[in-house]
Design a protein around this ligand. Structure first.
Ligand SMILES: NC(=O)c1ccc[n+]([C@@H]2O[C@H](COP(=O)([O-])OP(=O)(O)OC[C@H]3O[C@@H](n4cnc5c(N)ncnc54)[C@H](O)[C@@H]3O)[C@@H](O)[C@H]2O)c1
Ligand SMILES: O=C(O)C[C@H](O)C(=O)O
Length: 335
C-alpha cells in the first residue's frame, strides 16, 4: 500500500508527474506539497477514478510533515529551472541547494525510511546534499537515495531511434547512460545500445549523437525561450523511474535502471565500479538493481569503447567537483 509524495507538486514537472502517479494503480495515497497551489492541484487530481487518495498541503500548519507522514516514496522536483543561454546557473544552484536541504530535513524528521528520488538540479550536487542532511539527522541509508537521471536514458532511446529512422522502435531501445546528470558528466554508452547504430556512426557522427544526449536539456531550454526547462519529458521520465521503484518495493525481481547513487550503497559493486572508472568517487550513475530495501546491486559498466573511456575520463573530475560542492554546502549550513 504505497504512499507516494511529490515535493514541488505545483510546478512544471510536479503537476504532470503527480498526474502520472495518480494514474498508476500501485499508488494508494498521493501527497502533494508545494509553497503554492497544491490544494487546487490535489482537488483537481482527486476527481480521477483511480485508487490513490490525494491530499495537497502548503507550508502553514506543518504542511510538509502532514504531506510526508507515512510516505514510502518521495519524489523531489522542487526548485528553480534554468534560463536560456545559461549552462550552469549559479544563483539557481544556491536556491535549489537551500530548497533541497530544507525538504530533506523534513523527510529526515517525518519519513526517514522513505525512498527519496531527487529531480531538482543540479542532481550531481543535490543528491549529496540530501545525504549530508540525513547523516546529520542519523537517518542516512544510501540504499534509499536516488538521483533521477532517467531523462538522459529516455533521450538516448529517442535519439537512437531517430538515427535508425524508426520512431516505432523508441520504446524498445535501451542505452545505458552513466556518470551524472549535467553536460559532460552524462555518458551515453552507445556501444551497448540494444539496437546497434549504423556502421557509419563513428567519428563526428558518433560525437554529435553523444553531445546531443549530453546537452539535450539545452534544446528544450532554448525552444521554451525563457519559459523554463524540460517539464513534460521529465515528468514522463520521473514517473518511469518512480514506477520501477514502486514495483521493486512490492517485491518484483530484476528491476534495473540507471540512477545516480552513493557507491557505498552496494560496497562490492561500488568498489568494482570505482576500479573501472579509475577514481574513488562517492557518487556515480550506473545500472542499479533495485529491490524492496532499495539499492540491491550496482552493476559494472562492462565492456566500453576507447571513445567511451575518454568520455568517462572527462566526466570524473567534473563529478568530483559537483559532489564536493554539495557536501560543502551542508557542512557550511546551520541545521
Ligand atoms: N533531473 C532532471 O533530469 C531534471 C530535468 C528537468 C528539470 N529538472 C529540475 O527540476 C527542478 C524543477 O523544474 P520545474 O521546471 O518543475 O520548475 P518550476 O518552477 O515549474 O516548478 C518548481 C516548483 O517548485 C516549487 N518550490 C519552490 N520552492 C519550494 C519549496 N521550498 N518547497 C516546495 N516546493 C517549492 C515552486 O513553487 C514550483 O511550483 C529544477 O531544479 C530543474 O532544473 C531536473
Ligand atoms: O537542462 C536543464 O536545465 C534541465 C534538465 O536537467 C534537463 O536535462 O533537461
Amino acid at each position: 500500500m504505497p504512499k507516494a509524495v511529490v515535493l514541488g507538486a505545483a510546478g512544471g514537472i510536479g503537476q504532470p508527474l503527480a498526474l502520472l502517479l495518480k494514474t498508476n494503480a500501485l499508488v494508494t495515497e498521493l501527497g502533494l506539497y508545494d509553497i503554492v497551489n497544491t490544494p487546487g492541484v490535489a482537488a483537481d487530481l482527486s476527481h480521477i477514478a483511480t485508487p490513490a487518495k490525494v491530499e495537497g498541503y502548503l507550508p502553514p500548519d506543518d504542511g510538509l510533515a502532514k504531506t510526508l507522514k507515512g510516505a514510502d516514496v518521495v519524489v523531489i522536483p522542487a526548485g528553480v529551472p534554468r534560463k536560456p543561454g545559461v549552462r550552469a546557473c549559479s544563483s539557481c544552484r544556491q536556491i535549489n541547494a537551500g530548497i533541497v536541504r530544507d525538504l530533506a530535513t523534513g523527510i529526515a524528521k517525518t519519513a526517514p525510511k522513505a525512498f527519496v528520488l531527487v529531480i531538482s538540479n543540479p542532481v550531481n550536487s543535490t543528491v549529496p546534499i540530501v545525504a549530508e542532511v540525513f547523516k546529520k539527522h542519523g537517518t542516512y541509508d544510501p540504499k534509499r537515495l536516488f538521483g533521477v537521471t532517467t531523462l538522459d536514458v529516455v533521450r538516448a532511446s529517442t535519439f537512437v531511434a531517430e538515427v535508425l529512422g524508426d520512431f516505432g522502435k523508441a520504446p524498445d531501445v535501451v542505452v545505458p547512460v552513466v556518470g551524472g546528470h549535467s553536460g559532460v558528466t552524462i555518458v551515453p554508452l552507445l556501444s551497448q545500445s540494444s539496437h546497434p547504430l549504423p556502421s557509419d556512426y563513428t567519428g563526428d557522427k558518433l560525437q554529435a549523437l553523444t553531445t546531443r544526449v549530453q546537452f539535450g536539456g539545452d534544446e528544450v531550454v532554448k525552444a521554451k525561450d525563457g519559459a523554463g526547462s524540460a517539464t513534460l519529458s521529465m515528468a514522463y521520465a520521473g514517473a518511469e523511474f518512480a514506477f520501477k521503484v514502486l514495483r521493486a518495493l512490492r517485491g518484483e525481481k530484476g528491476i534495473v535502471a540507471p540512477t545516480y547513487v552513493n557507491l557505498d550503497a552496494d560496497k562490492s559493486g561500488g568498489d568494482a565500479l570505482k576500479k573501472e572508472i579509475g577514481q574513488d568517487l562517492d557518487y556515480f550513475s550506473a545500472n542499479v538493481e533495485i529491490g524492496p530495501e532499495g539499492v540491491a546491486k550496482i552493476h559494472p559498466l562492462g565492456e566500453i569503447t576507447e571513445y567511451e573511456q575518454g568520455l568517462i575520463k572527462a566526466a570524473v573530475p567534473e563529478l568530483a567537483k559537483n559532489i564536493e560542492t554539495g557536501v560543502a554546502f551542508i557542512q557550511s549550513s546551520k541545521l
